[in-house]
Design a protein around this ligand. Structure first.
Ligand SMILES: [Zn+2]
Length: 557
């Protein structure tokens, strides 16, 4: 007599993501391991009177989603802030901000998220003067969806001490006006942090991605508050069917809080985090910190086993690095955050230590520099199964497409990011990169067809979190012009990029990312059969239940 099942899910359209046995009707779960996957009759025989039986009513059951690139602390904080997603025009902005300000009289800094670069109009860039007309007497900060740009009103700039400008280092900029004062536009984290640090959380949620550092002084009350915020964010992830997330913030502060959650109430989502290597950090940090964190955080629930870096910024902020000039700005290609020589040294050393690398590279120039670094590491240390990745790859030079497969580099991309998708405006993006580069922008299908491994995510809070929306966007992407390539992927390809491939990227393909006997119980039950609805409607399917590590982490009312 075999082991009895704790939970049986039957009458389901199970997508196992296991090529050897792709579909089934039922699944039996015991503890945190999958007992069996098969047809209704054979699985139901494993039940006892104590088994919970879940009738899926013909809906899709599949491995939980692996959100391969996101920012849990910033996203969690943002859940309580003002969202300007898809909002357009001065009057609408004014109404939203004033309403939020009235409802939150105690906040030291009012923060808004997801403001499009063209929130006012296609032509007009936001300045502090616009924001002063909305709210003159309380500090206000508004983030672009990508978080690489923010806009502040005059009182916020004054209180932060940057109204008269300040040197904030390469790749960062407090944009100055003809009057010698800051315009209100702040580019990249060093420029934004003086203002964001005035918020209720002290800007602590931005440190991991911004500086790779940790807060200096945190009171026990502040830390307890931060933990509660992160718990809300994790519950939000579970409610959307996520069972694994890769939090791209490198931060010991966050790792320790997540460990405390795991040790007390248990993490409802598996978390993987990197060590964040900035250009001012010594090479020895890889051995003395990154490799040490890897030993310390090494469970199936929480691990820190790779290195995150930034090679450039974003196109809209003119901080992305291109092979050729920006189309609207002759003579400007962007400035990389690492010299080629410096990056190659880091890549070689990380590779020597067995640490995979994930590098933010938006422009084709930055992408090329990262591929060059991965090449250098392989030449120096020999080829090994390192599963290095490049994040975003908004534009790839045609000469570099085949190099992904050649170097074994993973393309980590966000189907929610192309301008025109997910409510994002086309401008200024299309003008900045110019028509000749459009065919090579967000080219996930070209990369996939050339043999690259593609993994998907939303980069939350840059884009909305729900994986089913992201999956819809990957399948329904509209070209920017009739003669542009079609980058739509099939449902199977897209689901694979959100499940099995995510597990493979984490070196955990032997125990998650598929539904098969012996695997960890990371399961999502949808409330419809994903094959029976139109591609557009996939985003509207509610998640009925999420199970992570054998524990029910979300159940729809
Ligand atoms: Zn990110």
């Amino acid at each position: 007599m075999g082991q009895a099942a704790d939970i049986i899910i039957h009458n389901a359209r199970i997508l196992t993501m296991d090529e050897a046995s792709p579909v089934a009707q039922a699944i039996a779960i015991a503890g945190n391991r999958i007992l069996a996957v098969g047809d209704d009759a054979e699985i139901q025989a494993l039940g006892t009177s104590a088994t919970r039986i879940v009738d899926a009513a013909g809906a899709t059951v599949m491995p939980g989603f692996n959100e391969a690139h996101m920012h849990i602390f910033g996203g969690s904080v943002g859940l309580g802030e003002l969202s300007l997603f898809q909002l357009k025009g001065f009057d609408a902005l004014k109404a939203k901000v004033r309403d939020y300000a009235a409802k939150n009289p105690e906040l030291p800094l009012l923060v808004a998220q997801s403001a499009d670069y063209t929130i006012l109009s296609e032509e007009e860039r936001v300045t502090r003067h616009h924001l002063d007309r909305i709210i003159p007497d309380r500090p206000f900060l508004m983030f672009s969806p990508d978080h690489h740009t923010a806009w502040a009103n005059t009182i916020a700039l004054e209180k932060a001490g940057i109204l008269h400008g300040r040197d904030v280092g390469v790749g960062n900029e407090i944009v100055m006006g003809d009057d010698g004062l800051a315009t209100g536009e702040l580019r990249e984290s060093n420029a934004i942090r003086p203002v964001s640090g005035m918020s209720a959380t002290g800007g602590r949620e931005g440190l991991g991605v911004g500086t790779g550092g940790d807060p200096n002084h945190v009171t026990p009350e502040e830390r307890a508050g931060d933990i509660e915020v992160i718990k809300r964010g994790l519950a939000y992830c579970a409610s959307h069917g996520i069972t694994s997330l890769q939090n791209m913030d490198g931060s010991l502060y966050q790792l320790e809080m997540l460990q405390e959650i795991e040790d007390t109430t248990g993490l409802p989502v598996r978390v993987r985090m990197p060590y964040h290597m900035k250009n001012f950090m010594p090479l020895s940090d890889l051995q003395e910190k990154a490799a040490v964190w890897r030993e310390r955080f090494d469970s199936d629930k929480l691990r820190c086993d790779f290195v995150k870096m930034f090679m450039d910024g974003v196109t809209e902020g003119e901080t992305a690095v291109f092979v050729d000039d920006y189309s609207h700005k002759p003579g400007w290609k962007g400035e990389p955050l690492f010299s080629a020589e410096h990056f190659n040294r880091v890549a070689v050393e990380a590779d020597r230590l067995g640490l995979p690398i994930a590098v933010h590279a938006i422009g084709d120039g930055a992408v090329r520099m990262v591929l060059d670094g991965y090449d250098a590491a392989q030449q120096e240390n020999g080829r090994s199964d390192r599963r290095n990745r490049i994040e975003h790859i908004e534009v790839v030079h045609p000469d570099d497409v085949a190099r992904f497969a050649a170097t074994g580099t993973i393309a980590s991309m966000q189907p929610t990011h192309p301008p025109g998708s997910a409510g994002l405006p086309l401008e200024p993006y299309l003008t900045y990169i110019g028509r000749e580069r459009w065919p090579h922008a967000f080219a996930w299908k070209a990369l996939k067809d050339a043999g690259a491994t593609v993994v998907f995510s939303t980069d939350w809070p840059v884009s909305p979190l729900p994986p089913l929306s992201c999956i819809r966007d990957a399948m329904t992407r509209k070209p920017w012009a009739d003669d542009m390539p079609d980058h739509r992927l099939t449902l199977e390809e897209t689901l694979t990029a959100y499940t099995r491939t995510g597990a493979w990227v984490e070196f955990m393909e032997d125990r998650k990312g598929m539904l098969k006997p012996g695997y960890l119980v990371d399961v999502v039950i949808l409330s419809a059969d994903i094959h029976s609805v139109s591609h557009e409607a996939i985003a509207d399917i509610p998640v009925r239940m999420t199970i992570c590590d054998g524990r029910i982490t979300h159940e729809a009312a």
